[in-house]
Design a binder for this molecule. Sequence first.
Ligand SMILES: Cc1cc2nc3c(=O)[nH]c(=O)nc-3n(C[C@H](O)[C@H](O)[C@H](O)COP(=O)(O)OP(=O)(O)OC[C@H]3O[C@@H](n4cnc5c(N)ncnc54)[C@H](O)[C@@H]3O)c2cc1C
Length: 497
Amino acid sequence: MTIAMPKPDQEVLARRAAIVDALRAIVPGEGVVDATREMRVFETDALTAYRQLPLVVVLPQTVDQVAAILHYCHAQGIKVVPRGSGTSLSGGALPLEDGVLLVMSRFNRILDIDFDNRCAVVQPGVTNLGITRAVEHAGFYYAPDPSSQIACSIGGNVAENSGGVHCLKYGLTANNVLGIELVTIEGEVLRLGGKHLDSEGYDLLGLVTGSEGLLGVVTEVTVRILQAPETARALLIGFPTSEEAGAAVAAVIARGIIPGGMEMMDRPAIHAAEAFVHAGYPLDVEALLIVELDGPAEEVDHLLAAVEEIARANGASSTRISTSAEERARFWAGRKAAFPAVGRISPDYLCMDGTIPRKALPYVLNGMKALSERYGLRVANVFHAGDGNLHPLILYDAAHEDELQRAEDFGADILRLCVEVGGVLTGEHGVGIEKRDLMPEMFDEDDLRHQQRVKCAFDAQHLLNPGKVFPVLHRCAELGRMHVHRGQVPFPDLPRF
Ligand SMILES: Cc1cc2nc3c(=O)[nH]c(=O)nc-3n(C[C@H](O)[C@H](O)[C@H](O)COP(=O)(O)OP(=O)(O)OC[C@H]3O[C@@H](n4cnc5c(N)ncnc54)[C@H](O)[C@@H]3O)c2cc1C
C-alpha cells in the first residue's frame, strides 16, 4: 500500500533543504541520502505491503554524529525513525514522510570479544549471525537465532526483543543482552548495564529492550556468548494431526525436558519448505515437529529416546534422528527458510506473530481453519511450539482487489483469537504499525496511558518513531502524573517480627 504524498509547497521544500544541509554538516561525505531514486531502497521494511519515502536518510558512523543528529532534530522538532537492516515484519522501520530515517548499518564493528567474561561488545549494525561468526573459532556462539539472522542487526534485535528457534532453552534477546549504550532524543548518551550480570538501580535495560525505537537509539550492545554444546542432534517427528503434535509438545515439557529448540510446521508449510530446501521432511503428515536436544552426548542420547517415546505415545507416525552435523543443519534449514519458501507458492504473504498458552493450540488451529474458509485465503503455519509463539503465514495476491484488506482482517482475527485464549498480540516481531490498532484488544485506556507515560519520560515531544506501537498519541502534559492504584498493584502488608 503506497501512502500518497501531496505535492510539497515552497516552504516545505526550503525546510527540507535546511534539514539536509544541517545533516550534511554533521555527517559529511556520502552519509546523507536525499535523492528520491536512492531513497527508494529504504521506503519499506519486511512488511512490504506498506511503503513510504522518508524526508531524508542519514547514515552516521560515530556516536557523536548520532548524538548531534538527535540533538538537532529535538531542537527543531523533527521526527526520527531508527533503522537497522530493515527486516522488521511489523513495519517498525517504516519511514515517515516528514521524518529523518536514521540508518545504523555503518555501525558494523565488533569492538571487544571477552572470552573470560563470556561476552562480546558490538556495534548495533553487526548482524546477528556476525556475532556467532566472530566467536565460533573458540567454540562460542550467540544463542538467540532469528530466522533472519544472516541479515538482521543486533540493534534491531534489541529494539524488537527478537527470538528464534533456540530461545526456548536459552532465552530471548532480553535474556542475552548484558548492556547497551543508548542515545536519547536530546542527544544524551546513556550506558545501561555492562559486562557484569546485574546493574544498579531500576532495570532500564529491560525497559529499553523491546522498545521498538521509541525510547532512544542503540549505539552499542554487550551480549552474552555461550560455549557451544558438546553435542546437538535434531529429531524430525511426523504426526497425522496437528492436535497430536500439540499434545506431544505439552507432554515433552511436562516431563521436564527443555529441548534446545522445538518447532512445529503444518502441511502447507512442510511442503513449501521441502520443495525449496530439500530438508528431508516427510510429506505424508499433517504436522511436523523438529526437536533439538543438546548437551553431553550421553544425556542427548537419553533425551532423544525419551522424546521419541513421548511422541509415539501421542500418535507420531514417523521419527528420524539426524546422524551428522550436516543433516541437523539441513533439518533446520527447512524451518528457517519457511517464510521465503512460502513466498514461492504465493505472490504475497502476511506473517502474523502471536503467542498463546500451549494447551490452547488445538482450539486456535481449528479457529484459524474456520477463519481461512471465511476469508477465502490459505494459511501456512510455523510455530515456536515450545513457547506457544505462532507464525501463521496468510497467503494472498496484492494484484487482486481487496485481497490485502482481507488478509489484514484475517490476521487481526487470528490475533484476537490469541488474546481470547489468554495469549498476547506479539511474540517476537513487535507491534510496529502492523498491530498498533489492535493494542486496545489487549490493553485498556488506562494501560495504554501508563505505557505512554514511560515514553514521555524519554521523549516528551513524541519525536522518536511516532505512529508506531500506540494507536493514539496523547500529549505528555495531558497524561499527568502516574498513579498506581491499590487495585492494580497489590501492596502486601509488611511482615511483622
Ligand atoms: C525472513 C524473515 C524471518 C524472520 N524471522 C524472525 C525470527 O525468527 N524471530 C524474530 O524475532 N524475528 C524475525 N524476523 C523479524 C526481524 O528480522 C527482527 O524483528 C529483527 O530483529 C529486525 O532487525 P533489523 O536490524 O532488521 O531491524 P529493523 O527492521 O531495521 O528495525 C526494527 C525496529 O527496530 C528499531 N531499531 C533498529 N535499529 C535500532 C537501533 N540501533 N536503535 C533503536 N532502535 C532500532 C526500528 O526503529 C524498528 O522499530 C524475521 C524477518 C524476516 C524477513
